[in-house]
Design a protein around this ligand. Sequence first.
Ligand SMILES: [Zn+2]
Length: 81
Amino acid sequence: MPIYEYEPEDGNCKTCGGRFELRRPADREPLKACPLCRKPVRKAVSAVNSPRHAKPVSLRDAKSAGFQVLKRLDEGVYEKL
Ligand SMILES: [Zn+2]
């Protein structure tokens, strides 16, 4: 069962801390309200992939900084670039 991350549409919730994760079946309708505070919520972009939090890094920058850049091809499969 996948874990979805949700955040309130106004971005702030004292009850759930402004962001929460929920494990639910993939075929279930998306959650529309916070189960704790009943505020409308939207599905949050995973923090790992979110461009809002991470400064965009070019492939060359990453490589020159010594990072090995991997492209995710499939679950657990990575291609070395
Ligand atoms: Zn809430």
